[in-house]
Design a protein around this ligand. Structure first.
Ligand code: HEC
Length: 146
């Protein structure tokens, strides 16, 4: 019995270690349960809607796609980011002293909770620790253009 339990424990540890790549490590560091749940959903949505351009690790693509990881622009204004996620963005912007000027397409199909989950993900991994972003906050941000 004792061996069974310890080998089970061993397997569990291996399983946890196995799935713990950089992205997941970010999520498993999130202490608040609800924030973590949002981030887990948000990561799936991010992989579906964002990572093609901004890359899985959020580092962007040369001078074409701005980074989300360590982006001064993103950290500067959460409401503006929520608006961009839903409505896309056109025109020149400066992120970490680099100018970008390619259009980002809108994501009109995303619901407030999906935008909240994506935002909770990008604002709580890669060294960010903003905390939970609620659908109410998203609705509020979308009702006022930045
Ligand atoms: C087709 C490529 C593409 C996709 C897909 C895309 N973006 Fe963008 N994103 C861009 C580009 C290009 C810009 C810069 C727009 C400009 O220059 O006006 C940008 C800008 C941003 C910004 C503000 C600038 C910064 O780096 O902080 C945020 C935040 C952002 N995107 C988040 C997202 C999120 C979250 C998703 C997924 C829901 C997403 N983007 C999907 C291309 C994309």
């Amino acid at each position: 019995m004792k061996t069974a339990i310890s080998s089970l424990l061993f397997l569990l540890i291996i399983a946890c270690k196995g799935g713990d790549d950089n992205q997941n490590k970010g999520i498993s560091n999130i202490k608040d349960l609800k924030t973590r749940q949002y981030a887990i959903q948000g990561q799936q949505l991010y992989l579906q809607y964002c990572s093609n351009c901004h890359q899985e690790d959020g580092t962007g693509l040369k001078r074409l796609i701005p980074p989300l990881k360590n982006s001064d622009y993103m950290l500067d204004d959460v409401n503006r980011s929520l608006y961009i996620i839903k409505n896309g963005l056109k025109g020149s912007i400066t992120v970490n002293n680099v100018e970008y000027n390619q259009p980002m397409p809108e994501n009109s199909k995303l619901s407030p909770i999906e935008v909240a989950q994506i935002a909770t993900y990008i604002y709580n991994v890669w060294g960010n620790e903003y905390g939970l972003i609620t659908p109410e906050k998203v609705k509020e941000a979308l009702s006022t253009a930045p």
